[in-house]
Design a protein around this ligand. Structure first.
Ligand code: MRU
Length: 367
């Protein structure tokens, strides 16, 4: 990877643990792309608020933040008695778990930290605290490798579609990029891996849905890709159909917040509409899913809890003055579920899955 891109990744790293291990250090994504500012979160309330308000967001990054966060907070518990320590640990875990409901990575990471405590319960509490830091670091490091794995598989799909001398049109929704993970992203990983394999930025052309209402596509994905030197276009979400009708899009990569055992996939609101349009125009639609996002305990998309958010995100946020009458209600689900029938394939770090997804996940040892 070129040095400039590595330096960019380093600069916008979503979450890290400062040397004193007394806080977590995140890039405040609500300020991007205009302001690159890092903030430290020290208390449980600050960590909870940062996840809730999307200062740190994207399923894998939420998981890593929760893991680092609970390690920092557990390190401050003043008891050497395991039972007393564990009561307080559970209290922190339940509190952080209440920040957002849809991305399963949050619960997955917190449960993994909990399992680590239980597996080491016979050790002194001071040692358990150290092990928790090690586990959080492992979750972060694994995420980098997972993104690379997804990227290599996605890149092979891009290569199959690439016509020499022509740019490859790719569409993505929301931000499933470096800002949503520990490094390469999931939906953007194939693009970054393409650069590593020698593609130039103008060998591809990535169309980023702006992603109403919080504009993760325009503010975050376009910001990342432009910095990586990739040809980037931003369009409103309702322009996907004309793009596909004009033949500009050859492949779609999206991320996900939770994949049910049958392959139904929850992702940022608008994803399922994109999949329906893609099916109509015969554009391959891939969901990029770390195996930690595939939830064996959720049989179908109907059981995935969908976060509802503040109506003002639609009615007044981003505008100089409100753009809807105050008396009007606003419907603001943060996610929707794409039916597995609409998905061409689910790319995990362990392999590319096709329907029937439950069998494919079992074969790869994911569920
Ligand atoms: O509400 P957000 O910004 O957290 O939603 C994020 C998404 O929907 C992403 O596509 C998903 O978390 C995958 S990130 C690799």
């Amino acid at each position: 990877m070129n040095k400039d891109l590595d330096a960019f990744f380093e600069r916008v790293i979503t979450v890290k643990l400062p040397e004193d291990r007394n806080s977590i250090d995140i890039i405040d994504q609500t300020l991007l792309p205009g302001t690159i500012k890092r903030i430290n979160l020290s208390t449980r309330e600050e960590i909870w608020e940062a996840i809730k308000k999307l200062r740190v967001r994207g399923a894998p990054a939420i998981g890593v933040s929760a893991a680092y966060g609970i390690a920092v907070l557990a390190n401050r518990i003043h008891s050497n008695d395991f039972d007393a320590f564990y009561v307080q640990f559970k209290d922190i875990k339940d509190y952080l778990a209440s920040s957002r409901p849809t991305a399963v990575n949050l619960f997955w990471a917190l449960n993994r930290m909990d399992d680590t405590v239980i597996a080491n319960k016979d050790k002194p509490v001071a040692e358990i605290k150290e092990i928790l830091f090690t586990e959080a670091q492992a979750i972060r490091d694994e995420d980098v490798a997972i993104s690379r794995g997804i990227g290599e598989i996605g890149f092979r799909l891009m290569e199959e579609l690439k016509v020499p001398g022509e740019e490859l049109g790719i569409e993505t929704h929301c931000n499933a990029g470096t800002l949503a993970t520990a490094k390469y992203g999931t939906a953007t990983a194939p693009m970054y891996i393409a650069l590593e394999h020698g593609w130039e930025g103008n060998d591809m052309h990535v169309y980023c849905d702006e992603t109403r209402p919080l504009l993760q596509g325009a503010r975050l994905t376009a910001f990342e890709l432009v910095n990586a030197g990739i040809t980037t276009t931003v369009q409103c979400d309702n322009m996907a159909s004309i793009l596909m009708k004009q033949g500009k899009i050859k492949i779609i990569f999206v991320g996900c917040d939770r994949v049910a055992a049958n392959g139904d996939a929850a992702n940022k609101i608008g994803t399922s509409g994109l999949a329906i349009i893609a099916k109509h125009y015969g554009v391959p639609f891939y969901v990029c899913a770390p195996s930690s996002t595939i939830d064996p305990n959720t049989p179908t998309g109907n059981e995935i809890p969908i976060e509802m958010r503040d109506p003002e995100e639609i009615k007044s946020m981003w505008y100089k003055e409100p753009m809807a009458p105050s008396q009007a209600e606003a419907f603001n689900p943060a996610f929707d579920v794409t039916d597995h029938e609409l998905i061409t394939g689910i790319i995990t770090e362990k392999g590319l899955c096709h329907a029937p997804y439950d069998e494919a996940f079992k074969k790869l040892g994911i569920i």
